[in-house]
Design a protein around this ligand. Structure first.
Ligand code: ADP
Ligand code: NA
Length: 352
């Protein structure tokens, strides 16, 4: 079997928010003690839409600072930025030739991000999920913790791994580079070169919604700053944003079923649950029957308690860019040491 390994990434596109923290970054921290973990700042994904170069450099350091401030230990986990390990781009090209146009055409993120003006979207935006598959499989990572919005891309990663394993089956066997398939079936080959990665999408915070619109996910690119809690927001800003968060006029229900069809209430209860490490049902046990005028200040207080030490530590770290750059450089060397031999084998399999 493939040794367990975690890979995940965050784009340096500014406005790191509570969704990124609860859905991704905070979940990376305990995993670093369970298995070898690789956390990437995916700067090559960022440029699929225009990025000002100086801002990209700043945002790359900011995501790195968020990783460190949240508690990822660069001595345990590998922290680096994608562009510094050339194997990502190399494997992405090979995967561009494995993935099918039809598969990528079905990706909802591309449809959303490209919008109506698809002719003017970058080719990179279309090919993004093949690069994401390369990010994961350049390390033969087995576990990928992400938010719910990445589910479809992870399914595509599995499809690419499976197609590669199938297309090159004879060659993989001939070169003795396969691992026995742990779940043999008539449709899958006996030996695998790439693992079929497990998505880790779980917990109360896999999809934090906008504070202004319960049908849209909280996102870096939402033009309304009131829609999200940024990791660097100060106490007053956090309180003001929760106060202005859209809700309905009913008090909170006592039972979880009462949150159905109440997306805004469900979202705020989910945020509270994730921040305090309990279930939504536990939150309702405490706050069921209460008005938002009581719940929102409690939520703000909790968010400030959890986020302000992280924001303070991020400020300290960002004040010393040389230290951040040194962490990234060391991480890139360690990441390359894993990816290089894997790419060496991939190229032999492909006939290069
Ligand atoms: P964004 O979608 O905000 O631009 P990224 O694409 O860099 O951010 O995503 C980084 C990680 O944060 C991914 O694992 C993604 O699934 C997760 N994530 C992003 N938005 C949310 C959200 N609203 N709720 C939960 N997780 C999220
Ligand atoms: Na995303």
């Amino acid at each position: 079997a493939f040794p367990k390994r975690v890979f995940s990434g965050v784009q340096p596109t500014g406005n790191l928010h509570l969704g990124n923290y609860l859905g991704a970054i905070s979940r990376f921290v305990p995993l670093q003690d369970e298995m070898p973990s690789i956390y990437c700042v995916v700067d090559m994904h960022a440029i699929t839409v225009w990025q000002d170069p100086a801002e990209l450099t700043r945002a790359t350091r900011e995501v790195t600072a968020a990783y460190l401030a949240a508690g990822i230990d660069p001595k345990k986990a590998i922290i680096f930025n994608q562009s510094q390990v050339k194997e990502h781009a190399e494997l992405a090209w090979i995967f561009n030739c494995v993935a099918r146009m039809g598969w990528l055409s079905r990706m909802t993120q591309f449809k959303e991000k490209a919008g109506k003006n698809r002719e003017n979207a970058s080719v990179g935006l279309f090919a993004y999920p093949a690069l994401m598959a390369a990010d994961i499989l350049a390390y033969r990572a087995t576990h990928v913790p992400v938010g719910d919005d990445q589910k479809q891309h992870l399914e595509l990663t599995r499809d690419i791994a499976q197609k590669f394993n199938n297309d090159f089956q004879d060659r993989i066997k001939e070169l003795g580079l396969g691992v026995p398939n742990p779940e043999p079936s008539p449709e899958t080959p006996d030996e695998l070169f790439f693992p079929v990665t497990e998505p880790m999408i779980a917990g109360p915070a896999t999809r934090i919604m906008s504070l202004r619109d319960g049908t849209k996910k909280m996102s870096k690119s939402d033009p309304s700053d009131l829609s999200r809690i940024n990791l660097t927001d100060d106490t007053d800003t956090i309180a003001r944003k929760f106060k202005k968060a859209k809700t309905d006029p009913e008090p909170l229900p006592g039972e979880i079923e009462g949150l159905e069809a109440r997306p805004e209430a469900d979202n705020l209860v989910g945020i509270y649950a994730a921040l305090s490490g309990v279930t939504k049902a536990d939150v309702l046990k405490e706050y069921g029957g209460q008005q938002f005028s009581t719940f929102k200040p409690a939520l703000s207080e909790l968010a400030v308690e959890k986020l302000s030490p992280i924001a303070a530590e991020m400020r300290n770290l960002i004040a010393d860019p040389a230290h951040i750059d040194a962490v990234l450089k060391d991480g890139a060397e360690r990441a390359a040491a894993i990816a290089e031999p894997i790419l060496h084998d991939v190229k032999r399999i492909a006939g290069f």
